[in-house]
Design a protein. Structure first.
Length: 504
C-alpha cells in the first residue's frame, strides 16, 4: 500500500502476443497520466511467460508505439533500471526461491490431471450448467502419494485457494469489490516445465519492483482474489488496484476487429497525429472539469486523477477522433503540416505506380511551388493525413476530359453558360495577380456576381468545373488561388471552347 512519503510506482505490463492494440495504449496512457499527476515512475515490464502465444516482433512494436504516442517510461528492458531484468523470461531464477517458499508453506499443490481429464471435466460442467473451473481433484491427494507421483509423472502446481471467507479489496476506480473464495479457481501457478504463469510472476514482480498502484483492464478483476491470496501467503502488502473499464464501440459492444483496424500503430499509418490521439484517448474514460475538449498532454496531466476515471465502458467513437484530428491538423504551423503530409502524398503516388512523381496526365514534373500551395489549400479540410494525396489531385492537375455538359449548372443552358464563361474569362484578366488568394477571390467574384445581376450557382458552378473538371471538387476560389491567374484563365478558355464546339 502506498504511503504518503513513498513514490508512486506503476507499471505497463504488456504480453508480447501480437501487435499492440489501441486499448493497450489507452491503459498505458492512464498509467502515464497517473505517474505524471503524482510525480511517480512508470515501469515497462514485458510479461512473456506464455511461450505458446509469444510473438518475437511484438516487443519492438510495443516500444515503437509507446514512443510514437509519446508515452515515456522510467524503467524498462530497453533502458534498464534498478529493478531489472524487466522481461519475465529473464527472471526465472528470481522466481525459484519464491516457488519453494510457497511449496513449503503448503500454498501450492501438485496437480497431475491430464489435458483429457480436464477437457472431460469442463464438458461435464457445461452440460450440467455449472460454472467451469478446476474441480480440485488433486487437492485431496495424500501427501505421500503426491510426492511419489511427482518423481514419475508430469505435474503443474496449483494455488490452494482458501475455500471459505471472502476476498475484498478497495478498487481505486470502482470502490469495494468482494468475492466469495469458494468460487475462485485453484489457478495453475507453475507449469509442467517449471515456468511460472502470469498469476505468480505478476505478484512476485509487482512486489519486488515496489509497485504501489496496479492499473489494468477490468478483465483482471476476477483474478485479483488469487493475487491477494498470494500476497497473503508471502506476507506482503498488496498494491492498490485500479481496474479500468473496457473500451466499447459506438454500438456498445466490446471494441474488436469488427470496428476497424485497432492496432496502435495503424493510427499513425492512417495519418492521425499523436497529440490528437492522446487528447482523444484521455477523454475516453475521464472528463476534465470544464467544457473544453481540446487539451494538450500537459493540461490533461495537470488535471488528471486516477480516481476520476469512470467505471462504465468507454465508448470509442472514431468519427469524433477524426473530427478532433482535423482540428489538430488545422492548427499545425504550415511548414510542419507540409513536412508531415508529404510522406503521405508520396506514398499515395507510389501506391498508384507513380514512382517518378509526375503529373499523371501531362507527365510534367510536379513543381514544388504548386505542391506546397496545394497542400496548404487542403490543410483545413483534412481529417486524416492519408487523405492528402487524394485531396490535392485536383489542384495539381485538373481533369480536362470531362463532358462539356458538366459545365451547365442546374436550371441553366449551354448558351447562358458559354456567355458566363466568356464574361469570367474577361473579368479574371482584370484581377491583380496579388489578389489571387482564396479570401480575396471569393470577395471579388461575389461582388462581380451581384453587380452583373448573375445567378450565384449559374456562375460559380461552371467556373468550378472549368477549374477542376469534376462534379465534386474544392471551391473555385481555392482552386484559382492555387493554380494562379494565367492557368485559371487558360482553363476558362478551354471550358468555353469545349462547350462552344459542342453547341455550334
Ligand atoms: N500481461 C497482462 C496483459 O497483457 C497484464 C495484466 C496486469 O496488468 O496485471 O494484459
Amino acid at each position: 500500500m502506498s504511503t504518503s512519503n513513498q513514490k508512486e510506482r506503476t507499471r505497463f505490463a504488456p504480453s508480447p502476443t501480437g501487435m499492440p492494440h489501441i486499448g493497450s495504449i489507452w491503459i498505458a496512457l492512464l498509467q502515464w497520466l497517473h505517474v505524471k499527476s503524482t510525480r511517480g515512475e512508470l515501469i515497462v515490464r514485458i510479461e512473456d511467460t506464455d511461450r505458446n502465444r509469444f510473438v518475437p516482433e511484438s516487443e519492438k512494436a510495443i516500444f515503437e508505439a509507446l514512443n510514437w504516442y509519446g508515452i515515456t517510461h522510467d524503467e524498462g528492458p530497453d533502458i534498464g533500471g534498478a529493478f531489472g531484468p524487466y522481461r519475465q523470461s529473464e527472471r526465472l531464477a528470481i522466481y525459484k526461491p519464491y516457488i519453494e517458499e510457497l511449496k513449503e508453506k503448503g500454498t501450492l499443490y501438485p496437480c497431475f490431471c491430464t489435458a483429457e481429464r480436464l477437457q472431460e471435466m469442463r464438458e461435464g460442467q457445461q452440460r450440467d450448467k455449472k460454472p467451469t473451473g478446476y474441480d480440485r481433484y488433486c487437492r485431496s491427494l495424500p501427501l505421500a502419494e503426491a510426492k511419489k507421483k511427482m518423481n514419475t509423472e508430469p505435474y503443474v502446481l496449483r494455488l490452494k485457494m482458501p475455500t471459505e471467507g471472502e476476498s475484498t479489496f478497495a478498487d481505486k476506480i470502482r470502490g469495494e469489490i468482494s468475492f466469495s473464495n469458494a468460487l475462485i479457481d485453484d489457478q495453475v501457478l507453475v507449469k509442467s516445465d517449471g515456468w511460472p504463469t502470469y498469476h505468480l510472476a505478476v505478484v512476485i514482480d509487482d512486489h519486488l519492483m515496489e509497485i504501489t498502484t496496479v492499473i489494468r483492464g477490468e478483465e483482471w478483476i476476477s483474478s485479483t482474489p488469487k493475487h491477494l491470496a498470494l500476497y497473503k501467503a508471502f506476507d506482503w502488502q498488496p498494491p492498490v488496484f485500479a481496474h479500468v473499464p473496457l473500451i466499447l464501440g459506438t454500438d456498445r459492444s466490446k471494441l474488436s476487429k469488427r470496428h476497424g483496424d485497432l492496432s496502435a500503430l495503424s493510427f499513425r499509418d492512417r495519418g492521425f497525429l499523436p497529440e490528437a490521439m492522446i487528447n482523444f484517448l484521455a477523454l475516453l474514460g475521464w472528463h476534465p472539469k470544464g467544457e473544453k475538449e481540446m487539451l494538450t498532454r500537459q493540461q490533461i496531466s495537470e488535471e488528471f486523477r486516477l480516481e476520476d476515471v469512470h467505471a462504465a465502458g468507454a465508448i470509442f467513437n472514431e468519427e469524433k477522433l477524426r473530427w478532433m484530428n482535423g482540428q489538430y491538423i488545422k492548427a499545425l504551423p504550415p511548414q510542419r503540416f507540409i513536412q508531415l503530409a508529404l510522406p503521405f502524398v508520396l506514398q499515395s503516388m507510389v501506391a498508384k505506380g507513380n514512382r517518378e512523381m509526375v503529373l499523371p496526365v501531362s507527365g510534367k514534373k510536379i513543381s514544388n511551388g504548386l505542391l506546397e500551395k496545394s497542400l496548404l489549400a487542403v490543410q483545413n479540410r483534412l481529417q486524416q493525413l492519408d487523405e492528402t494525396g487524394a485531396a490535392i489531385t485536383t489542384y495539381l492537375e485538373p481533369k480536362d476530359d470531362y463532358a462539356g455538359e458538366l459545365l451547365i449548372a442546374k436550371k441553366s443552358t449551354a448558351v447562358n453558360t458559354i456567355e458566363t464563361l466568356k464574361m469570367l474569362e474577361e473579368y479574371m484578366q482584370t484581377i491583380a495577380e496579388s489578389d489571387y488568394t482564396e479570401e480575396m477571390l471569393e470577395k471579388i467574384l461575389r461582388q462581380f456576381i451581384t453587380d452583373k445581376k448573375l445567378g450565384v450557382g449559374e456562375t460559380l458552378w461552371p467556373l468550378r468545373v472549368a477549374l477542376s473538371g469534376e462534379a465534386v471538387s474544392p471551391s473555385p476560389f481555392s482552386l484559382a488561388s492555387v493554380v494562379g491567374k494565367q492557368e485559371t484563365i487558360n482553363r476558362i478558355t478551354l471550358a468555353s471552347q469545349k462547350l462552344s464546339s459542342q453547341h455550334e
